[in-house]
Write a new protein. Structure first.
Length: 115
């Protein structure tokens, strides 16, 4: 079992940047995959970025070239660097980890981008 706690959300103007963090309660070395997803009001949850245990990354089309997912195993932390933010990026952002086929979610952090 693991607890995930997101932080770093906030209010930012369009074109600005934010870095989200997701701190895990234990070592993330063995986590199969870690992801960032987001959910805007009235919309389905959308996968934003994924990183595997060997560092392979993939991104949703809407964030490619603007967002970067990374993990620091020494700090048990997952990151999402978000640049050139747009109003349509406004959402609650959630990190998740898959461990031995089971998925764990954090509580989310709100990102609001003003135009």
């Amino acid at each position: 079992q693991v607890q995930l706690v997101e932080s770093g959300g906030g209010l930012v103007q369009a074109g600005g940047s934010l870095r989200l963090s997701c701190a895990a309660s234990r070592s993330i070395d063995s986590f199969n995959t870690m992801t960032w997803s987001r959910q805007a009001p009235g919309k389905q949850r959308e996968l934003v970025a994924i990183i595997t245990s060997d560092g392979t990354t993939n991104y949703g089309d809407s964030v490619k070239g603007r967002f970067t997912i990374s993990r620091d195993n020494a700090k048990n932390t997952l990151y999402l660097e978000m640049d050139n933010l747009k109003p349509e990026d406004t959402a609650a952002y959630y990190c998740a980890a898959t461990i031995s086929g089971r998925r764990y979610w954090g509580q989310g952090t709100q990102v609001t981008v003003s135009s």
